[in-house]
Design a protein around this ligand. Structure first.
Ligand SMILES: C[S@@+](CC[C@H](N)C(=O)[O-])C[C@H]1O[C@@H](n2cnc3c(N)ncnc32)[C@H](O)[C@@H]1O
Length: 281
C-alpha cells in the first residue's frame, strides 16, 4: 500500500466519533490531539479497504456484519508490547512467596489468570515459574496448574497459541538457561515445549465484558493494559477482578499502575522489589 494517499485531515467531528467508537469498543481513551496516532495506526487498513478517510471507515463500521472490521480496527489501535518475565518481581514473588503459601494450603488445582496476555510471554513465563518450582522443590506437591490467558485480539492470541518466537522476541527478558530448558530450537526461531504450553489455555475476552463465567482464581496478572482506560473503567475492572479472586488471592498490576484511587478491596504490600495487591478478607 506504499504511497496510498490517506487524508490526514481528520475533522474534529470525525476525531470525536472515532474516539467514542474506540472507547466503547475496547475501553481505550485517546487524549486530545492524537490524530497522528490514528492516522499512522490505520493507514494500512484504510489502504487495504481502498478508502481515504477515517470518516468513511466509521460509516463502514456502522453497517451490520462489520464485526471483523471492528476487530481489525481494535487490533490496529492496541499496543501488544510485552516481554518474558516482565519486571521480574511478579515472577519472583510468585515462586518465592505465593506458590509456597498455596502448597501449604493444599490447593489441588491452582488457577492463575493472565488478563491481557498479548503474544503469550506473560502466561508462558508464569508456566515456566511453576515448572521451575516443581524441579526445585520435588518434595512439595504443587497440584495441577491452570493458567487462563485472555486478550481482546484474536490475531495476537493466535500467535500466542502457536508458541513460536523469533530471535528478537526471545532475547527480551529470557535467559539462555531458560531458553535451553523450555524451548526447542527451530531454525532461527524457538518453540515453547509442551510441558510449558499444556498448563496454559488461551481465550478471547474483552475486559469490558463480564468475568463471571471464568470461575475463581488464586492469582491474577492484569498488567500494562488498564493504563489506557478511563478512571471509571479501571475502578469497574478492579472491582470485578476482586469478585473473581479467591479469598486472600493476589493481583499483579503493571509497574506504573496503582489501585489506591480506584478500589479499596485490596491490601498493598511490597515483595521482591514491586507492589503486590492482596484481596482483603
Ligand atoms: C501492552 S500489552 C500487555 C501484555 C502483558 N500483560 C504485559 O504486561 O507484558 C496490552 C494488551 O492488552 C490488550 N487489550 C487492550 N484492550 C483490551 C481489552 N479491552 N480487553 C482485553 N485485552 C485488551 C491488547 O490487545 C494487548 O495485547
Amino acid at each position: 500500500m506504499d504511497g496510498y494517499a490517506v487524508s490526514s485531515d481528520l475533522t474534529h467531528q470525525e476525531y470525536c466519533a472515532f474516539r467514542d467508537f474506540l472507547e466503547q469498543a475496547c475501553g481505550i481513551v485517546l487524549g486530545e490531539n492524537k490524530q497522528y496516532l490514528i492516522n499512522s495506526r490505520l493507514r494500512f487498513l484504510l489502504g487495504e479497504l481502498g478508502i481515504k478517510s477515517v470518516g468513511e471507515l466509521l460509516v463502514m463500521v456502522d453497517r451490520p456484519s462489520s464485526a471483523q472490521l471492528r476487530q481489525r480496527i481494535i487490533d490496529a489501535m492496541t499496543t501488544h508490547e510485552t516481554l518474558w518475565f516482565r519486571d521480574q518481581y511478579p515472577f519472583e514473588a510468585l515462586k518465592r512467596m505465593i506458590l509456597p503459601g498455596l502448597v501449604r494450603s493444599n490447593i489441588a488445582t491452582l488457577r492463575i489468570w493472565s488478563a491481557a496476555c498479548a503474544s503469550g510471554q506473560e502466561p508462558y513465563s508464569i508456566s515456566m515459574i511453576c515448572e521451575e518450582y516443581r524441579r526445585e522443590y520435588p518434595s512439595r506437591a504443587l497440584g495441577t496448574v491452570q493458567i487462563l490467558a485472555t486478550d481482546i485480539s484474536p490475531t495476537i492470541l493466535q500467535m500466542a497459541r502457536e508458541g513460536v518466537y523469533d530471535n528478537i522476541a526471545l532475547t527480551r527478558g529470557l535467559t539462555q538457561d531458560r531458553r535451553e530448558r523450555f524451548f526447542t530450537e527451530e531454525n532461527d526461531k524457538a518453540r515453547i515445549k509442551p510441558e510449558v504450553m499444556r498448563q496454559v489455555i488461551f481465550r478471547e475476552l474483552n475486559l469490558m465484558q463480564s468475568f463471571k463465567s471464568l470461575g475463581k482464581f488464586h492469582v491474577i496478572f492484569c498488567r500494562n493494559v488498564m493504563i489506557y482506560f478511563s478512571d471509571q473503567l479501571k475502578a469497574d475492572i478492579l472491582n470485578r477482578i476482586a469478585d473473581v479472586l479467591e479469598l486472600n488471592g493476589y493481583l499483579f498490576l503493571g509497574g506504573s499502575e496503582s489501585i489506591t484511587r480506584y478500589c479499596d478491596r485490596f491490601e498493598v504490600s511490597r515483595a521482591h522489589g514491586g507492589m503486590v495487591f492482596r484481596l482483603k478478607s
